[in-house]
Design a protein around this ligand. Structure first.
Ligand code: NAD
Length: 488
């Protein structure tokens, strides 16, 4: 496996410069595949969060600042940002793969293109936004304006760090907000390249600040009095804590949380031709994606035949060096995370499930946080294997009797983020999809799209990213009633 040249940063990107950190503590990053040291950055403390939030506040409140620019002026800079990002895209993707084990075939696809695409998408969206005049029901007209909500605290996870970062950065910056970005400690080296790209694009000082930190310092950011809005992606446990703080402060918050989505395979599905797509929808990125359909629901009438096809596919996956372009399953993000996934597999077995394949460390592999792709069978819909999010390469196979039963099982979850329906009959599949209580669902595949809202119901979160909805929550609406004297 490739050794990575170590990368060291001395400063935190605050107020348009690489500012000396308030402490000597550093976040060190190790390769998930080789366990080699790959670099470090300063660890932000509360004092650095103060500096970052104050810089973002000044940049937002500045009478000639970013929030007051016309959308056309912002669009020019955001498109340059997209270009600067793209010119670093390959290196950013390499850093992501080195830090979190994302197979390079995926990081070179997702993490190079999604961020720039989102910047351009939201730049175009704001340039098309006009002030709106509505014809009032009572006869008078109303002017409806949109203004940026203010200073945004954006807190992101490690699993798809760049694409998720730009789900927040692209709409908030396009709206005219200023941002304090708090990357996850596992993936910091890629985040610093984002700061470099923003700087090179000419984003004014303070508009974007990058401060990597752990849990308690992140919580300090959430409760900071000068922040106007929090946008968070991560676990339901942390999401709940953030929601409590924001609720107490009446601070707007968007929460993108976990999932345990269902792939409903209907009895008319040609599974042999769909199997690659089913794998991509259920185990891509080593099982570390929130929207994966990790519960596979198979019809009783074709159960054994379909299970054989799935087992053959999952057993054939190439596990190994995430920098090998043929690798399909790389290592998990950390030793601690692998132990967590293994503990969930063990608990599932104690709860009645059976390991059909996998569940162990790959043979002969001495280094790295690898786990064999795993299939659990004999899974009761109420059991641990069906209810808990593993966030690893583990599928739970569940048998259903008829369509109604499949929908009931799919909805029997604390989560509701994604899902998929697989069928030869498109109309039938859409009919089933409509009955699943979830924020998003795919037919014969799963792929989010910038045009359309993404987010969850129940424990999967609050609010939506992407689409026009993903811009709206960074904007404040104001109704100006266009009355004449004596109208009231
Ligand atoms: P996590 O909740 O542990 O951490 C997410 C981020 O929150 C990190 O930056 C972390 O440093 C920060 N954080 C930790 N404690 C905090 C606190 N008390 N206050 C504020 N911030 C805090 O999640 P993770 O392990 O990094 O990511 C995995 C989880 O994220 C999974 O549950 C996964 O489903 C979810 N996820 C959801 C989506 C989505 O769009 N819905 C996308 C990716 C991941």
């Amino acid at each position: 496996m490739k050794n990575y040249v170590t990368i060291e940063y001395d400063g935190l990107y605050i107020d348009g410069q690489w500012m000396n950190p308030s402490s000597a503590d550093r976040i060190k990053v190790y390769s998930t595949a080789t366990e080699d040291y790959i670099g470090s950055v300063p660890e932000a403390k509360n004092a650095d969060i103060d500096n970052a939030v104050e810089a973002a506040r000044r940049a937002f409140d500045d009478k000639k600042g970013w929030s007051t620019w016309t959308s056309a002026e912002r669009v020019t800079v955001l498109k340059r940002f997209a270009d600067e990002y793209e010119s670093r895209g390959e290196e950013i993707a390499r850093r992501v793969t080195a830090q979190n084990g994302m197979p390079t075939a995926l990081s070179q696809k997702w993490e190079t293109t999604n961020p720039a695409q989102l910047l351009r998408f939201y730049a175009d969206m704001v340039s098309g936004q006009q002030e709106e005049i509505r014809q009032g029901v009572k006869g008078k007209k109303v002017l409806v304006t949109r203004s940026p909500i203010g200073v945004v605290g954006a807190i992101v996870p490690w699993n798809v760090p760049q694409s998720i970062t730009f789900l927040k950065l692209a709409p908030s910056l396009a709206a005219g907000c200023t941002v304090v970005l708090k990357p996850s400690p596992e993936t910091v080296l890629d985040a610093f390249l984002v700061a470099e790209a923003a700087h090179a694009a000419g984003l004014p000082a303070g508009v974007l600040n990058v401060v990597p930190a752990g849990g308690s310092v992140s919580a300090y950011l959430v409760s900071h009095p000068l922040v106007d809005k929090i946008s968070f992606t991560g676990s339901p446990e942390v999401g709940r804590l953030i929601g409590e703080t924001c609720g107490r402060m009446l601070r707007p918050v968007t929460l993108e949380l976990g999932g345990k989505s269902a792939a409903i395979v209907l009895d008319d599905c040609d599974l042999s031709s769909s199997i690659d797509d089913i794998y991509r929808a259920s185990m891509t990125n080593n099982g570390q994606v929130c929207w994966l359909s990790t519960r596979i629901l198979l019809p009783e009438s074709r159960f054994e035949e379909m299970l054989d096809i799935i087992t053959a596919k999952i057993s054939s996956l190439k596990v190994g060096d995430p920098f090998d372009p043929d690798t399909e399953v790389g290592p998990l993000v950390s030793k601690r995370h692998r132990e967590r996934v293994e503990a969930l597999i063990k608990a599932s077995v104690e709860d009645g499930a059976r390991i059909l394949i996998g569940g162990k460390h790959p043979e002969g592999v001495k280094k790295g946080w690898f786990l064999e792709p795993t299939i659990l069978v004999d899974v009761d819909p109420k059991s641990i294997a069906a209810q808990k999010e593993f966030f690893g390469p583990v599928l739970s196979i569940i048998k259903y009797t008829d369509e109604e039963h499949a929908i009931e099982i799919a909805n029997d979850s604390d989560y509701g983020l994604a899902g998929s329906v697989w069928s030869a009959n498109f109309g039938r599949a859409v009919g089933v999809a409509k009955q699943v209580f979830t924020g998003t669902i795919g037919i014969n595949g799963y792929a989010t799209d910038p045009s359309s809202p993404f987010g969850g119901v129940k424990d999967s979160g609050l609010g939506r990213e992407l689409g026009a909805e993903g811009l709206a929550h960074y904007q404040v609406l104001k109704s100006v009633y266009l009355l004449q004297p004596n109208d009231v």
